[in-house]
Write a protein that binds this ligand. Structure first.
Ligand code: AHG
Ligand code: MN
Ligand code: MN
Ligand code: MN
Length: 338
């Protein structure tokens, strides 16, 4: 059967044996994410028609005003996974602390924890611009059958067993990896089925797109400023094209398909950048590497960073390998400058 006729459900069944540990539990978990993604997609597509845009009135642990859809997406993903008793713990951008998932009879034999950014780019909802969901899956490190602890969540990204995102764009796509390449599935909204539209996704070694919120130029470190000057110089394939949506999922997805670099750097006002290591950077870094790209904090491989707290932020450089390496060269060259 040609790939484009293959559904996500069929893909999961056929590839289960290639998933790490392959007990069937991970397949069921990815199936549950697929279901929650469809429910959230259905709600997002009503934005502007029913009262689901705008602020929810609460501030999350990140200090951000929660949008109604942030809360909705968080609740839907949590509820879907808890109802199916398919994870032993969940951590989310929208939750102060991690959630211990109790089994129906008080015990929980599941091996996986899930971390998520339930709605990425939420400032874009009200203006009809693409948003997304990001997820990251690990095997717990504490004994099965006991309540999860912080240790189960503070694992370096190189221990992820699966990661992915859902892009709610002109079409809805689910892109994920289980450590065996990256595959993209597009939702046919008429029948609610995801099809394998983008098998074995690879990112070009280099590209022409750079994605940075450049308005903060004056607050960036010298190395980043010099890299931005390089992006704009007239030489070879440069100047490059600036593209910045403000939804990591959408910016990352475009660069994955076309080749490019996305950077959320350290700045004077955001000394560790803005993006969250566990919910945003690790899953995107895993996907980037699996597609042949690269992800770093400007100096170090993202996936090798040992997290110290749940909501930790890190500077993030991700995309085409040669472009990330070029940015790292500038960071190294000017690292003594403040
Ligand atoms: P979230 O909506 O999940 O809080 O994430 C927002 C993030 C990310 O999607 C985006 O790339 C970045 O914030 C944009 O930040 P700026 O508005 O500072 O550019
Ligand atoms: Mn947020
Ligand atoms: Mn986000
Ligand atoms: Mn979010």
């Amino acid at each position: 059967m040609a790939d484009k006729h293959k559904t996500l459900g069929e893909y999961i069944i056929e590839n289960q044996s290639s998933f790490q540990y392959s007990s069937g539990e991970l397949s069921r978990l990815i199936n549950s994410i697929r279901l929650a993604a469809k429910v959230v997609n259905h709600e997002i597509r009503k934005a502007g028609l029913v009262d689901i845009t705008g602020a929810a009135g609460e501030v999350n642990v990140q200090g951000e005003a929660q949008q109604k859809l942030d809360v909705y997406a968080n609740d839907k993903f949590k509820e879907t996974l808890i109802n199916r008793e398919i994870v032993c713990g969940i951590a989310s951008e929208e939750e102060d602390d991690f959630v211990v998932v109790e089994g129906a009879n008080g015990t929980n034999e599941n091996k996986y924890v899930l971390m998520m950014d339930p709605l990425d780019g939420s400032s874009n909802i009200d203006v009809n611009v693409s948003v997304g969901t990001i997820f990251s899956i690990y095997r717990r490190v504490t004994p099965v059958g006991t309540p999860v602890t912080i240790e189960d969540f503070l694992q370096p990204g190189n221990r992820q067993v699966a990661a992915g995102y859902v892009a709610y764009g002109t079409s809805t796509m689910m892109v994920f990896t289980t450590g065996n390449g990256v595959n993209g599935f597009t939702l046919n909204p008429a029948i609610g089925t995801f099809y394998l539209s983008h098998p074995n996704m690879k990112i070009n070694e280099t590209g022409k797109i750079y994605s940075v919120s450049e308005g903060y130029f004056a607050h960036f470190e010298k190395g980043m400023q010099e890299f931005l000057k390089y992006c704009k110089e007239e030489e070879g394939t440069r100047p490059w094209t600036a593209r910045y949506i403000g939804s990591l999922v959408a910016d990352f997805h475009r660069n994955l398909l076309k080749g490019g670099i996305y950077v959320y750097p350290r700045s004077r006002t955001a000394p560790n950048g803005k993006l969250r290591l566990l919910y945003e950077c690790n899953p995107m870094a895993f996907i980037a590497e699996q597609a042949g790209g690269k992800a770093s904090d400007g100096f170090t491989r993202i996936l090798d960073i040992q997290p110290t707290e749940l909501h930790q932020r890190v500077p993030f450089y991700v995309g085409s390998k040669q472009m990330v390496e070029k940015a790292e060269e500038y960071m190294e060259q000017y690292k003594e400058h403040t």
